[in-house]
Each structure stands twice: as structure tokens, then as C-alpha cells.
Design a protein around this ligand. Sequence first.
Ligand code: FE2
Length: 271
Amino acid sequence: MRIGIISDLHIDRYNNSVENIPLYEEALIKETKSRNVDLLLIAGDISNRYDLTMDFIRRVSKESNTEIKFVPGNHDLWQADITEGTEAVLERYTRQPECLIKRPLIINDEWAVAGHTGWYDYTYASGEFTFERLERRAYYGGTWQDKNHIAWRYNDAGMSRQFSQAVRGDLESLGGRKIILVTHVVTNKRFRVPMPHRLFDYYNAFIGTSDFDAIYNDFPVHYSIMGHVHFRHSLTEGGITYICPCLGYKREWRTDDIGTEIGNAYYVIEI
Ligand SMILES: [Fe+2]
């Protein structure tokens, strides 16, 4: 079985316009067909809006004739103006059949896919900052934008803990199958931005979580697919292959061509 993986498409950020979304659809459909995959996993940050994200998933799935499973990223959970708690937005995604949260996909007797957005717990920042300083989510004249578009009931570390516990519950239901885990935030410190770094000594706080360390000890995770950090990288450590297949923003690309960049970010695992 061939499984395509990609993350952080940000389809509404190309020249900050929704008009370019068809270009992303076309490119992802073409890549998915040509790689001949049976399933496509998307590790979050498709867009900044619930409706755009779900429409995109459904069109790409239909036109490529390929099943898609995804987890929402922090951007997918954004509201331009916050009118409801982010729990309500997450719940809307969770009810969709394509969403992996609370709905792991059993592939066969041997393999299953599980996933969650996950959340950052500030443990990836440099030790020089206090929790209170990190909680201000503002540094060097910049603001971490989740502060303006996300409103959880509990603090970030509390959300991280809650989500990792939810994943543990999902994994317990999989009967010892080998697991492909999909999260949006990073769950391995080797994927944070190398420090010392002028900005990321601070901003690494919002990149990843340590709450999955115990999950990797307790469950047979073979692949961990992650997004959020906008670089493309993979490594194998302790029998687990971690893959970050991020497309990222246009300004981060090496070329101007969506097709080329999606082709470069797209990764296929065979099981
Ligand atoms: Fe992103």
C-alpha cells in the first residue's frame, strides 16, 4: 500500500488570495494521481478557514479518486475575529469523516493511522524564558498570531496535555497494530529551529510538545508525520521515522511553481 503525505499547504496564502486555490487543487490532484497512492494524509494548515479547508479536501479527494485523512492545524482552527471558543471549531472538524481525531483508520490487521492536531507546551523554547514570559506570546516586536485567532478554555500546556491524552485513548483501541501517527505540531525536539537563534530561542515555544514522549515509549508508532515548522525533513530515531513534508508559504519556496514545490514536499511511504 502506498500512502502520500503532505502538510502546511496554506492554500489561501499565495499572494494572500483565495483566487489561487484552484492552482493548489490542480497541483495536488496531479501529484496524487501520478504517485499512484491509495491514501493521502494531510498534517494540517490547509487554510485559515474551516469552509476553505473542508471544500479543498473534498474536491481533491473526489478529483483524484483517493481517500484523504487529515488533522486540522492551528491555522485551520483560526477565526478572523474570535466569536466562539476554539473547542467548537475543533469539534466541527472532529465530526467530519475525513478527520482522524477520535476516528483512527484501521488499514488492515497490521497497520492503523491515528492523529490529532496536538498542541505546543512551551518546552521547546530556550530555558532562559519563564513560562509567564512565554505565555505573553510576544517577542522582539512580533506577536505569535495564534494569540489573536485562537481561544482555548485552558492554557497552551493544558491543551497539549489534554490532546496527548486523547491520542493515548485512540491508540489503546488499535489492538497493538503498527501505528502511523499524524500530528500538526512537532513531537520530536530535533525538529525545532536550531538554537541559539535570535527569535526562535523564544518562538520555539510554539512549535512542539514533549507530551508525546511517553506515547512513543508505550505504543508501536512506526511513522510520525508532522507539520507546522515549514521545512522538509525526515529522520529515523529509536525505530520511528519522523517526516515533516511541509509545503509552506510561497515566500519560503525555492521556485515560483506550485507543481514543482508540491512535488518536492510530497512524500510517499510504503507499508
Ligand atoms: Fe503552517
